[in-house]
Write a protein that binds this ligand. Sequence first.
Ligand SMILES: Nc1ncnc2c1ncn2[C@@H]1O[C@H](COP(=O)(O)OP(=O)(O)OP(=O)(O)O)[C@@H](O)[C@H]1O
Ligand SMILES: [Zn+2]
Length: 498
Amino acid sequence: MTQPTITQDTARQPNPNITLYDTMQRQKVPFVPGTPGYVGMYLCGPTVYSDAHLGHAKKEVAFDVIRRALTHFGYQVRYVSNITDVGHLLNDADEGEDKLQARARLEQLEPMEVADKYFWSFFRDMDALNVLRPSINPRATGHIQEQIKLIEELIEKGHAYESAGSVYFDVRSWPEYGKLSGRKLDDQEEGTREAVRDEKRDPRDFALWKKAEPEHLMRWDSPWSVGFPGWHIECSAMSLKYLGEGFDIHGGGLDLQFPHHEAEIAQAEAAGHHFARYWMHNNMLTIGGEKMSKSKGNFTTIQDILKKYDPMVVRFLLVSSHYRSVTEMNEEAFASAANGYRRLSETLHEIERRLKDAPAGSDTALDSKIAARVTEFEDAMRDDFNTPKAVASLFGLTGELNTALNAGPVGRDTLERARDAYRSLGGDVLGLFAETGSAASVAQDDASVIDALMDLVLKARQNYRLQKQYAEADELRETLGKAGITVEDTKDGARWKR
Ligand SMILES: Nc1ncnc2c1ncn2[C@@H]1O[C@H](COP(=O)(O)OP(=O)(O)OP(=O)(O)O)[C@@H](O)[C@H]1O
Ligand SMILES: [Zn+2]
């Protein structure tokens, strides 16, 4: 496998003393990238067969913040995240229908139409949540050759074997299998159908290549059969292709530790490659204590939640808990996130408003408070990306600034310092204040324009009613109804919702 090249800039020597929790070492360890100044990160991406849900958002936002923090601390980050568009079978193991093909049948589409439809919907949602696009976003179907080559290397080294046109990884030949999850081989589940078991030397062996059954639509030529790759091999092949030997960080959801990540490691290392140096896993977003998941059907799509909440409130909720903690989703959590986010953004907007005609000069006492909060925030992020602590520093800063703003005019230099702290920490690192012109900021701007227009419409309706022009008032309400907006009259006046 060729090593990707990076043009080295010898001046790039950040040393921010970051520690992170490495799942492999089961402890927090200092983070030292393989090439000073550069970080290569790989994140297991979505299987594109349905709209993304809030659980996916937790993972994407968690690693987006880690990427943004590494960039803030001076690293140049290459962020690779894949799209699984083949090989992920319905029961997550070596048998069953391909998830995309099953969906294609339901929607009467080609499997590749399903992949593209949900690929675009995934990025539309991630744009709204202000998740930066990956530097490289490889798709499994675009890397069949690379996967075949890796399988050939494994066969040559005696760690994989062909059986009835399929190829399996020989788990018994690789004693380290299980080292990430700490599972002993004998504890690992067997649970495969007889026919597949007969093809395997050991029921725990997993598929690298599968011969396609006649009804299987996605199929490619290979030295073994016309078939398709196993689910795990794409990540080993594509991460090594784009990030090279011994790349820095591999991320994904905790639920992928076994078997997916275990298999990724075995495939790469048994073929003689150096795989990821650090393993990071996000915990789950839960609902009623259970993992939100497509197959369980207990999910809320990002599109549905964005009909109710500002995308930045959703993002705020996600960054308010640590990536390694469980995030329980419920109405109260959203309500408190909406309050929290409002507090921060109102102060930022007040600072920006005051900057238009602020007096010259600075307030040194407030300057040092701002500097202390910036240090506190950065220290929290250096400590395994502790976003709840970082958010607490932003609240501390907000309290101090509000006190000063309420007390009277604040000098321009200090206001600029405060604004820069918000924009850099809350904006660039936590991704909460969308950069001007980004998709997330356009969505935010649209939401405020709609709010302003709806205020006007409701005032006009109120005027009609006061003048007893009920037909006109009702017509307004009906027209809004056709546009999906309902108006409710409460004792505090008219309210609207979409
Ligand atoms: N509830 C969740 N919380 C955090 N991460 C999640 C959650 N659900 C899925 N992920 C992560 O998103 C990635 C892709 O997940 P996947 O497409 O398999 O979703 P899923 O809902 O778990 O699907 P399925 O139920 O079909 O397995 C994985 O890394 C997974 O860990
Ligand atoms: Zn993966």
